[in-house]
Design a protein around this ligand. Sequence first.
Ligand SMILES: [Zn+2]
Length: 249
Amino acid sequence: MSARQTILDWCNQTLQTDLYKDYAPNGLQIEGREEIRKIVTAVTASRAAAAYAVEQGADMLLVHHGLFWKSEPVTITGWKKDRIATLLAYGINMAGYHLPLDAHPVLGNNAQLAARMDWTTEYRFGEQNLLNAGRLKTPQTLAQLCAGLQNRLGRTPVAVGGEGRVIERIVWCTGGAQGFFQTAIDEGADAYITGEISEAQYHLANETGVAFIGAGHHATERYGIQALGTALAQEFNIETVFFDEQNPA
Ligand SMILES: [Zn+2]
């Protein structure tokens, strides 16, 4: 058992939340009880994740995607009310770590995806150091790279462009980072790997010859929050359990 504030302080300090300009609050988003024995980690603070936290008797739901985004209405109604009501009814804290958990050089989504894929990060760059650049240990075709992603992430990636290209230099950023494709092209990437694809990237990939791979927003962001949970379990006398969902996006 540990004090909630001690756990949050450790997370805030470890993930250096002060350094990021984010469009979501990092840290505690919904206050529950003060003592923490068990934490459920999940990619998103969904209704299913909240229900799982209740079922597990957890004291905290710790996620990458919390419940409050600058682009959304600030009112608490409908589905958002339902999720929050569940957490409040059971005294479950909800804490979210967004960009700091994408970028952290060890626990972050980018670093953890690289670890799963056996990619080596040469350097981080771009907006708030959210992009990682590296080189494949052995150059691969696009089909081989996609097969590896499918194999390790359990989801079929969407790949466009890069016809016949030998892929060695890669740039990646997990989640909904399709908007950074041009940055990756400018960096000299053979392939850019992120979670989601939008309409524009199809054309950009075809016209520049740089491969674009949408490997899944959920699928590429499962690993940072699990790494954070594991680190917390080692640091404090608490149990952490990961809740996964079959989210195809
Ligand atoms: Zn995300």
